[in-house]
Ligand binder design. Structure first.
Ligand code: ZN
Length: 469
């Protein structure tokens, strides 16, 4: 390269020298006359003047170019520095949000907003910082503004939904969840939140459609989906009955029982409808089939109601038939012991209670109470009654309707937990080992016969529980 350039310069030099020699050998005179002025000079001088003028013009042009371009260069450097500072504020703000530092988060959000010209990103930080600081209105404003940006709209909907849940405005939250579902039906938290909210609102058919989407997209476990479908059908059955569509009510209940016979509320629902139609025998058959997988005191009472027996001994016989398929279960023993006490069959009652574990140190509450009843009725032994009642108070607990999501204890089955709002999480079960005290306190309510009610079970909620699964 250098060699080529040297050659070029050499050639140019030779040409220039040749030209100079050629001009010297051919001298000439140039005369200019202008408005009474006269200028005489040689051709060589004229040529030199022309060359000098050209060089000057080139220099002026270069100077002009530099001056014209300079401002944008200065602004570029300034703008780049602003952006860098803006992104640093954004990052620090996100870290402050994660660390729960509301004041720092808001300071960084304000700085980032000032420095950056990308509202979506800064809006998200501003909304989170406002939320953290408890500024509900500002958070709402920022989330709402995000709806205008197609990239941020989904995030904005989520923020608005969570805000509505926090405010206790469930219908608004449901509307936002529906919009989020339309945008991204594949997102697990959207499907779970929408399902829970539809169930809470009693929109059973809509919830069932959402559940189907969840199953199809593998967001809901098939086993859980089966149970949830059954419990939704139980609720649809109740709704149909309230609306006077008795046949639909029975059809839904039957479909539910086919799906999840192991859930007590399902069998209860179907049997109570059959009894209402005067079909006691069919109701008894349904309860007998359900008892081995879902024994429960309410089912035993419903069975006796279906049998229509008033005689105490015949009631004991009826219960013996019912419990034959699952004779050693706690609820089989308790149901029989209770009826034996009514029939004054003291020995038989004691046999069932002892077989169920009444004499063990961890005897369930109901066993201790029934032993107290037995001592009272058979011997009128006040001291023993007091002892059994004391043991009942100290009992580690008993089977209860318990929400498997939040652990709340209910005195009856609830489709939607009134503590955590999850659908289908109430199950008839023993308390976990650590909650003896709570269980003992709540035990009395489970001894009552359940009033008019129903039942269902579902899926644990997710992040959105508020939001859900
Ligand atoms: Zn709950």
């Amino acid at each position: 390269m250098t060699l080529v350039r040297t050659l070029v310069w050499f050639v140019l030099l030779v040409v220039a020298m040749t030209l100079a020699v050629w001009l010297v050998e051919r001298p000439g005179v140039v005369t200019v006359q202008w408005h009474g002025w006269r200028l005489d000079t040689s051709v060589g001088v004229v040529l030199i003047v022309i060359v000098v003028l050209c060089v000057l013009a080139a220099l002026l042009y270069a100077l002009w170019r530099w001056l014209a371009g300079a401002p944008s260069t200065v602004f570029d450097i300034w703008g780049e520095s602003r952006r860098r500072k803006g992104y640093r504020a954004l990052t620090q703000g996100m870290v402050a949000v994660a660390a729960g530092d509301a004041a720092e988060a808001q300071r960084c959000a304000r700085l980032a907003e000032k420095l950056l010209e990308e509202p979506p990103l800064t809006r998200l930080l501003s909304a989170q910082a406002a939320q953290l600081a408890g500024d509900r209105d500002a958070a709402q404003r920022y989330f709402a503004a995000m709806l205008d940006d197609p990239q941020m709209a989904f995030l904005g909907l989520r923020g608005l939904m969570m805000q509505s849940l926090k405010d206790g405005n469930s219908s608004k939250a449901l509307a936002y969840a529906e919009q989020a579902f339309q945008r991204r039906p594949d997102t697990p938290w959207v499907v779970r939140s929408l399902f829970d909210m539809q169930a809470q609102a009693g929109k059973w058919s809509a919830a069932q459609e959402t559940l189907q989407v969840g199953l199809k997209r593998k967001i809901v476990d098939p086993e859980r989906g089966r149970t949830l479908s059954a419990l939704l059908l139980v609720e649809r059955s109740r709704a149909a009955e309230r609306g006077g569509a008795d046949q639909d009510a029975v059809d839904h209940a039957r479909a539910a029982l086919a799906l999840a016979p192991e859930r007590e509320p399902v069998a209860y629902r179907y049997a109570e409808l059959l009894i209402k139609r005067g079909d006691g025998r069919k109701a008894m058959k349904a309860i007998e089939r359900a008892w081995p997988v879902s024994p429960h005191p309410d089912l035993a009472q419903l069975y006796l109601a279906a049998a229509g027996e008033k005689d105490a001994l015949k009631r004991v016989q009826a219960l013996s038939r019912l419990t034959a398929g699952n004779p050693d279960d706690l609820d089989s023993r308790i149901a029989l012991a209770r009826e034996c006490l009514e029939a004054r069959l003291w020995g038989e009652a004691r046999r069932h209670l002892v077989a169920a574990g009444a004499e063990r140190p961890d005897a369930p509450t109901r066993l201790c109470r029934l032993m107290a009843d037995l001592e009272e009725q058979e011997y009128g032994d006040g001291e023993k009654v007091r002892q059994w009642l004391a043991r009942a108070a100290d009992s580690p607990g008993d089977r209860q309707w318990r929400c498997r999501s939040c652990g709340a204890v209910h005195d009856r089955w609830l489709a939607v937990c009134d503590s955590c709002a999850a659908f289908g999480t109430t199950e008839w079960q023993m308390p976990p080992p650590s909650s003896h005290a709570v269980a003992a306190a709540a035990a009395t309510s489970t001894l009552r016969l359940r009033p008019e009610q129903e039942v269902l079970p579902p899926d644990p909620p997710a992040e959105a529980k508020a939001p859900a699964s």
